[in-house]
Structures are given as structure tokens and as C-alpha cells.
Design a protein around this ligand. Structure first.
Ligand code: ADP
Ligand code: RBF
Ligand code: MG
Length: 167
């Protein structure tokens, strides 16, 4: 199993892309919608960012910065053939936002991807991840990234990779 220290090496990691259609089962089967990134964003991940569950910050278009959890990988429970990057934003939007620009900053690692016996087990584990993210992102060390220049409207940065913590 991937140790926390190894997983933290490439963090924080900043990336941006358009929200695309995913596998169509995030909200339907789980009650937890996930905004999927396009292939070029997934393929652009550096080696340091391993598959697993992460938390951090997310911003849609010119909206505010929200807490998020992200699943990176092949979703063993669903035996996906394609690697995905799926972001669940801790905010009730009440509407879809396909085609919007999504900026994210991954600030922490929670756990590796796992297989589950039942869908209920998967759902309760994801709910636990959401609680973990919610709590961790309240700390001062994590709030720093919420205010990072990456999220400012005047930011020219399309992409910052690998542990750039400058402001
Ligand atoms: P898909 O398989 O197409 O990704 P999902 O069932 O996972 O479908 O739903 C994801 C979509 O739900 C997102 O692309 C977005 O448009 C919408 N959505 C609404 N609220 C949220 C949220 N809080 N977090 C993520 N996506 C959300
Ligand atoms: N899928 C898995 O198969 N195993 C996991 O451990 C897993 N963890 C997840 C954690 C979070 C926070 C989220 C948002 C999703 C996770 N998923 C996992 C992905 C889930 O299966 C996926 O969102 C749905 O299949 C919809 O595409
Ligand atoms: Mg999805």
C-alpha cells in the first residue's frame, strides 16, 4: 500500500480542464456526482500523483473556491478500463455544469483506491472521505491554498505542476 509520505510528494498539485461526460453513474447509483476531467488532463498527471483518493480545493468558472474530494484511477469496484479523475465538490449546485472550466488544487491524500463487496460499502466509504476532506480543509495549512493566486481571476496560469507553493 502506498504510504502517505510517498503520496504527499507531488502535492500540492494544480490542474485545470473542462468538465466532460463521465460514466454516467456517479449521481445515479451513488448519490454523489463527480465532475470528470478530459483525457488530456488525466494523461498529463505526473508520476508523483498516484491513483487514490485526494482532497483539496475546486473552482468552477468564475465562482467561489469550494472544498472537494477527488478519485484518481480505475475504480476497481466498477472494473473501469479507463483511468479517470473525478471531482466531487462539497457544494450543492442544483444543476449540471458540463463544459464549465474546473480548476483544482490537490492538497492531501486520503487512501488508495479499493474494491468493495457491495455498493453500500463503496458509498459509505466515500461519505467518510468527504467528512475527512471537510475536516482537513478547515486547517490553516490547507486554507492557504484556497487563497492561492492560481484561483485568482487575473491568474494567467493554465497549469502549475508539482509542489509550487509560491503565492
Ligand atoms: P458523469 O458520469 O457524466 O460524470 P455524474 O453522475 O458523475 O455523471 O454527475 C456529474 C455531473 O454532475 C458533473 O459533471 C456536474 O455537471 C454535475 N454536478 C452537480 N453538482 C455537482 C457536485 N457537487 N460535484 C460534482 N459534480 C456535480
Ligand atoms: N471507486 C472505486 O471503485 N473504489 C474506490 O475506492 C473509490 N473511491 C472513491 C472516492 C471518492 C471520494 C469518490 C468521489 C469516488 C470514488 N470512487 C471509487 C469512484 C466511484 O466509483 C465513481 O465516482 C463512480 O463510479 C462514478 O463514476
Ligand atoms: Mg462523474
Amino acid at each position: 500500500m502506498l504510504g502517505r509520505n510517498v503520496a504527499m510528494k507531488g502535492l500540492p498539485y494544480f490542474t485545470v480542464g473542462k468538465v466532460v461526460k463521465g460514466f454516467g453513474r456517479g449521481s445515479k447509483d451513488l448519490g454523489i456526482p463527480t465532475a470528470n476531467f478530459p483525457d488530456e488532463v488525466v494523461n498529463g498527471l505526473p508520476e508523483e500523483i498516484h491513483t487514490g483518493v485526494y482532497y483539496g480545493w475546486a473552482k468552477l468558472d468564475n465562482g467561489p473556491v469550494h472544498k472537494m474530494v477527488m478519485s484518481i484511477g480505475w475504480n476497481p469496484y466498477f472494473r473501469n478500463v479507463k483511468k479517470s479523475m473525478e471531482t466531487h465538490i462539497l457544494n450543492d449546485f442544483g444543476t449540471d455544469f458540463y463544459g464549465s472550466q474546473l480548476k483544482v488544487c490537490l492538497t492531501g491524500y486520503i487512501r488508495p483506491e479499493m474494491d468493495f463487496r457491495t455498493l453500500d460499502d463503496l458509498i459509505s466509504t466515500i461519505k467518510h472521505d468527504i467528512d475527512t476532506a471537510d475536516r482537513q480543509l478547515e486547517t490553516a495549512a490547507m486554507k492557504i491554498f484556497k487563497d492561492h493566486s492560481f484561483f485568482q481571476p487575473e491568474s494567467k496560469e493554465d497549469k502549475i505542476v508539482n509542489g509550487d507553493t509560491s503565492h
